[in-house]
Design a protein around this ligand. Sequence first.
Ligand code: 13P
Ligand code: SF4
Length: 313
Amino acid sequence: MKSQTVIMDELKDLKDRIRDLLHQRKAILLAHNYQRPEVQDIADLCGDSLELSIKASQTDAEVIVFCGVHFMAETASILCPDKKILLPVLDAGCPMADMITAEELRRKREEIPGLIVISYVNTTAEVKAETDICCTSANVIQVVHSVDPSLPIFMTPDKNLAQYAKKHTGRDIMYWEGFCPIHNNLTVTQVRKVRSAHPDALFLAHPECPPGVLELADEVKSTSGMIALPGGSENREFIIGTETGILHPLSKAYPDKLFIPADPGMICGDMKKIGLREILAALKNLQPEVRVPGEIRERAKGAVDRMLAIRDV
Ligand code: 13P
Ligand code: SF4
């Protein structure tokens, strides 16, 4: 068995080789807040879907190594067609994004003409191409408010995010019945149990959680919103209602505060597929690459650009 020192030396060597190759390839490494700790620690930027999209649209790097899931790498390709977008493990997907196809969305539009379609960024590029405007968990309310109140809204694919938006905007929103298998599994019973064990803790929930869980939340936030919140709070304990990868940046940012997972079983297997070895291999081979083809990209870009244009509204 390898000693702890040998393991640490190997880890350092891997990290050094990655940083060297990032420099040589004029590449940046973006990581979602759910990624493994060692991946987040080596990233140029960690963030939620909105922050990562904005960074991808602004960087002058030639290569983006995207440590997240497939739709996130596609969004980077939509925004930066001239850059090489690497997703170190190509089958890191998002089960929620796969719950609606472009064909199903086209049929919905035929069924109800005149719909304004808002798609969560957790969708494929093909679905974005059939979409009027995208949103993320961080800007969903502003995006809904940006739509003319006389027009009917249809949201895809997350029924929970749609119901949250409906409640907080007062708009009559129709929606697709998709969901995130990880967040949708968090129950009211489980939250009540953790709350009674930590009565002083604030409960922060992600809007992908079911409506009953969101009703119990003190704050509903995107992943980066959750990371920012304890900085401005007197509270010392927080129950975290999202994927457990976020506990790493939270504990790092606030070592004197306590973060309790609402359910330690909230683990997104897809978000854990990428490790340092996969990143190194991707940088060496400049593969696997995610590239959204021209015509789909053009149409999808319209929906993403419209979202980015209202981010300060
Ligand atoms: P955020 O945009 O809040 O990081 O969420 C992305 C996601 O996939 C949540 O499950
Ligand atoms: Fe998709 Fe849920 Fe995983 Fe986020 S946590 S990537 S929504 S399956």
